[in-house]
Design a protein around this ligand. Structure first.
Ligand SMILES: Cc1cc2nc3c(=O)[nH]c(=O)nc-3n(C[C@H](O)[C@H](O)[C@H](O)COP(=O)(O)O)c2cc1C
Length: 203
């Protein structure tokens, strides 16, 4: 079980000279329900995922892309938990990320989900650079996704990713409005790294 020592989570004010795409990233729920993502932006995001490092360069990821209003989007939306469905319907795209179980010789790919996670991180940063935002979702029913043929044989769906342009938070259900854009909450760095290894920032 994951245990936490005393000190708590705090509002994340990134210290140091972080890249703006990392410092400014957060996961919205409010998306512009009219925004259409350009083909070139989608292409760049998928290229970023393709360039991600993976164990033995196995590249064990696959992506199923649905655009709001198309059949793939509707299928992925239907697989989401009711709570996720409420806000994700406004996203411009839903992308299902899946990872291979085995390589061509039948050898299990133990790091495939780790590799997929990195690919989604690359995709996310590229999305930010295209002026878009991403919120990932583990809240979906994998059986529904499989039935929708969104995942190739031998792969497992791990994540559904909502992508879009920022929308109006006031259109969200009340329970999410305060959280939207309120800043990220994170465990303090000194609790994550042995103290001697955490350099002090000088300015
Ligand atoms: C693997 C994974 C699964 C997640 N699943 C959901 C989800 O089902 N629904 C949701 O609203 N957010 C989900 N999130 C978003 C997280 O709640 C969010 O990233 C976290 O609270 C940190 O906030 P930030 O991304 O704004 O920094 C998920 C994020 C990750 C990485």
């Amino acid at each position: 079980m994951l245990t936490r020592s005393v000190e708590p989570d705090v509002r994340c004010q990134p210290a140091g000279n972080l890249h703006p795409l990392i410092a400014g990233r957060w996961s919205p729920r409010a998306y512009d329900p009219t925004y259409v993502i350009e083909e070139s932006s989608l292409r760049n995001m998928l290229e970023a995922a393709r360039c991600t490092p993976s164990n033995r360069n196995s590249q064990p990821w696959r992506f199923r892309v649905g655009r709001r209003g198309d059949e793939v989007f509707d299928g992925l939306l239907a697989a989401l938990t009711p709570g996720n469905r409420l806000w994700a319907a406004s996203a411009s795209m839903l992308i299902c990320g899946s990872a291979a179980r085995c390589d061509e010789s039948g050898e299990p790919l133990r790091w495939a989900s780790y590799d997929l996670g990195q690919a989604i991180a690359y995709l996310t940063v590229q999305a930010m650079s295209e002026g878009l935002y991403v919120r990932q979702m583990a809240g979906f029913d994998p059986a529904v996704i499989r039935l929708g043929r969104d995942v190739p044989t031998g792969f497992d769906p791990w994540i559904v990713v909502a992508v879009g342009a920022l929308g109006d938070p006031e259109r969200l259900p009340a329970r999410w409005q305060a959280e939207e854009g309120a800043g990220r909450v994170r465990t303090e760095l000194r609790l994550l790294v042995s103290e001697a290894a955490v350099p002090h920032h000088t300015g």
